[in-house]
Design a binder for this molecule. Structure first.
Ligand SMILES: [Zn+2]
Length: 170
């Protein structure tokens, strides 16, 4: 895909422009997911498919622990300015940036150190096939299950608020 249809990118920019410091984190997530769902046919190919946008379209934001995410006001200002600066043709950076933002909005940071790069702070996920708690490093992307086991490719999904309560991180 060489470019997004200019109209749908401008639609997104004008909604994002209305977000303010007072906007609840959950609303920011809803705005992004609503746009992703409404434009699935434009976001079906590369690079969006490689960043998992098909699974984002299926997310139920009511189950996501957005209030516990690390996305805060300072991040929103940065988010707005980046969205407003990007052009419809910047598809690769739009896809990557929106993926990172959705991930930040939908996951909870836990007080753990990455075993590989030793950065502080990892995000909690759930094993798609085994329901086990897993952690992913913010910096290097290294991930493992809470029992230390390795994670198979594409094996993780966002944890629901209920799962995180049952398993401990919130
Ligand atoms: Zn790391």
């Amino acid at each position: 895909m060489r470019t997004l249809p200019i109209k749908i990118w401008h639609e997104f920019q004008s909604v994002v422009e209305t977000l303010s410091d007072e906007t609840p984190v959950r609303k920011v997530l809803e705005v992004i997911l609503f746009w992703v769902r409404s434009n699935q046919k434009h976001l079906a190919g590369e690079p969006f498919s490689a960043y998992g946008f098909d699974s984002f379209a299926k997310l139920d934001e009511r189950e996501i622990p957005a209030e516990y995410s690390s996305f805060k006001t300072g991040v929103l200002i940065n988010f707005k300015s980046i969205v407003l600066k990007r052009q419809a043709r910047d598809v690769e950076s739009i896809a990557r940036f929106l993926r990172d933002t959705i991930e930040e909005l939908a996951t909870v940071e836990v007080d753990k150190q990455c075993p590989r790069c030793e950065s502080e702070g990892m995000r909690a996920f759930i094993g798609k096939h085994n329901g086990l708690l897993a952690y992913q490093c913010n910096v290097c992307g290294c991930s493992h299950y809470s029992d230390g086991a390795r994670i198979e490719n594409g094996g993780l999904e966002f944890a629901s608020e209920k799962q995180l309560r049952e398993l401990g991180p919130i």
